[in-house]
Ligand binder design. Structure first.
Ligand SMILES: [Zn+2]
Ligand SMILES: [Zn+2]
Length: 355
């Protein structure tokens, strides 16, 4: 199986990607064209799974009936751009060179004994590649959870991440809705985990694929859940849909929940898990952010980057806490328990926002 994969990657790299890179005069760079081929194949696999499995699931058992299907189109376009263009190129130009720079490869594929990383610190794990991979994944998922908390709590990062949340009709395509800066920061944080643990480039690609597929599934518009036992371990669509709920002043703070990527254990451990609620409307109440829905692919990217630019330069853009964006993009702290103040801040922002 692994052999067939390697042969397919080699064939595609030599016969398709390399001629294309030559055409663009990019073949002299240090990366290996086969890495682009691998990323493209993984992307094709991912899109096939979304299209053949997750989409039919949404038709069969929707969590909510969409009133304006048009809104989902921009997320699908984003996914195609990210998976088939930007991400393979980013892997080739940035992620793989970083991994090679740090001698990434302390993996369980055999070869020389690693001198760095998890397999070097715990040599016993080298004999159990699946267990080693599970430990890698556990650490990767925990870092994702911590980073995601920060994406909500750090105002300038929320200015970016809020674009992921502004979709009012969340679907299996919503996972890749995000700005390039946000994607870059996330990749840097997560690949640092890979470097520190000594994960080889191939294994890191599988870690990411697992995380991404898990997230494509958890964004699907379905009522599917994993049942009382497995939902305590893994994130299912019901769990992540609650993370995307629109804030409700009658239940302040309820939306600050379910940050996990693939494992729901971290939310339970750190007290942010929410179970047993019916699906709620998704999106962001802050009108400055909700205005994202008026834009197409390029416009959406532009307004989110502009929001980030206006927030990151302010001192208040660095003060931890939940915020909405008031006039002139000033972060307005959201005070739970004073729900009226929250609503007023939004109304004021709506009245004065240029968007
Ligand atoms: Zn989030
Ligand atoms: Zn999400």
């Amino acid at each position: 199986m692994i052999d067939a994969w390697t042969r397919l990657v080699a064939w595609l790299g030599d016969n398709t990607v390399l001629p294309f890179l030559r055409l663009l005069h990019l073949d002299g760079l240090s990366g290996d064209p086969r890495e682009i081929a691998a990323a493209l194949l993984v992307a094709a696999l991912q899109i096939a799974i979304i299209g053949l499995l997750f989409r039919p699931l949404e038709t069969w058992k929707p969590a909510e009936r969409w009133t304006d299907r048009r809104l989902t189109r921009v997320d699908r376009q984003y996914t195609m751009w990210m998976l088939l263009g930007i991400f393979p190129l980013f892997t080739y130009l940035v992620l793989t060179p970083i991994s090679h720079l740090f001698g990434g490869g302390g993996d369980a594929d055999g070869g020389a004994a690693p001198t760095f990383g998890l397999a070097a610190w715990l040599p016993a794990l080298r004999a159990h590649p699946f267990l080693l991979f599970a430990v890698y994944y556990l650490a990767y998922d925990l870092v994702y959870y911590a980073m995601h908390r920060l994406q909500h709590a750090l105002p300038w990062w929320w200015a970016l991440h809020s674009m992921h949340h502004s979709q009012r009709q969340m679907s299996c395509w919503t996972n890749d809705r995000g700005t390039l800066i946000d994607g870059f920061l996330q990749s840097m944080v997560l690949s640092t985990v890979g470097v520190v643990m000594g994960v080889g480039p191939d294994q890191f690609a599988w870690l990411m694929l697992l995380g991404e597929l898990g997230q494509n599934f958890s964004h699907t518009n379905t009522r599917v859940g994993f049942g009382p036992l497995f939902e305590r371990i893994f994130v299912d669509p019901t769990f992540h849909r609650l993370h995307h709920m629109r804030a409700d002043d009658r239940h302040p703070g309820l939306h600050n929940c379910n940050y996990g990527q693939v494992l729901s254990i971290w939310d339970q451990l750190f007290g942010t898990a929410l179970y047993g609620m019916a699906p709620r409307p998704t999106g962001v109440g802050d009108p400055t952010v909700d205005a994202d829905n008026h834009h197409g692919l390029i416009g959406l990217h532009w307004v989110a980057m502009y929001r980030f630019w206006r927030v990151v330069r302010r001192r208040s853009g660095w003060r931890l806490g939940e915020v909405s964006f008031g006039p002139d993009y000033a972060p307005v702290p959201v005070v739970h328990g004073a729900a009226h103040g929250h609503a007023e801040a939004w109304e004021q922002a709506a009245a004065t926002s240029e968007l």
